[in-house]
Design a protein around this ligand. Sequence first.
Ligand code: PLP
Length: 376
Amino acid sequence: MREMRASGVDVISFATGEPDFDTPAGICAVGKRSIDEGLTRYTPSAGLLDLRKAIVEKLQRENDLTYDENEIIVTCGAKLAIYDALQVIVNEGDEVIIPAPYWVSYPEQVKLADGIPIIVSTTANTSFKVTPQMLEEHITDKTKAIILNYPCNPTGSTYTREELSKLGEYLVEKGIAIISDEIYEKLVFGDVVHTSIVAACPEVRSHTILINGVSKGYAMTGWRMGYAAGPRDIISKMTAFVGQQIYGIPAFVQKACIEALTNSGEDVAMMMGEFETRCKSMVEVLSTIPGLEFCIPDGTFYIFPNVSSYFGKKFKERTIDNSTDLAEYLLKEARVATMSGDAFGGPGHLRLSYVISKEGIEEGIRRLKRALEKLK
Ligand code: PLP
């Protein structure tokens, strides 16, 4: 897609995984001022105390969770927080359950920790969610952890408090650690409320590493700040690990993140409201395409339609056999970029993101529809 765009082809992208908004000005101002104030030196591996305090307050205020500063580590994005957590808790040969569809990095990060990813597939029948019954046959004496992601990239589904409570009780009973990736927590629509599994089932607290950050909810993907909250012994092992890996992330980034977590409510509400409006537009236009089935997202900025009714069809001499073929065809024929569900452990689907304008969504789906109509 990048090459096509660079050579002047007008491609509409439903493939992007980050907000299209600029970081709110107030947050940028604090970052700039902090550089001017000389905050450009090494920082502690666990993160600045001020930022960890701001995270503790955020978790109390927004998630009804009580942590102290020594139970928090700040890292280079939620991505590294998950990586570091896996490095610390997984030993060679340990199994880590990953419900599918999943974010592409999970299986690779488990392998980098010498663990074995155990993929548990879900379907639209359970809104792409796992239940204790579904996990039962995958649990062995090697099962160490499960990675839960809600709201979920790529499906847009999230769990209710009751579902998390049941799941939590079951995982405690089985002694399975939880990596709870809540990076899309701000992105929930309508009546949907984000609840952390630690709030829904307090018994999991000593088994859970909660992951969050500022990338998605505050339009700060390039600032690279994520964090983990968890039991003190795990956080201190992660801190020792990070000490050999990166030290702390830049001080001026951390100062800007304090501003984000404490003073950007209005900006966040504006951006999240816009994503909700775009989600409605996406659902509306996508519903006009025959043969596509999808769950209405609870949140995120993704929708995950099942496109398998187009498999086996042809355009000219080319047969579409799977989602990857279809994504390639749509890019070439319709100049619309999408992500194949194959990479997310969701064959038969495409992931479409709606981080473009309403007009862009409408034009992109018009193109997509015309290209699908040409398949016979
Ligand atoms: N978790 C999920 C589910 C994601 O989709 C992403 C980014 O796409 C991340 C974590 C990483 O976030 P960060 O930018 O904070 O590293």
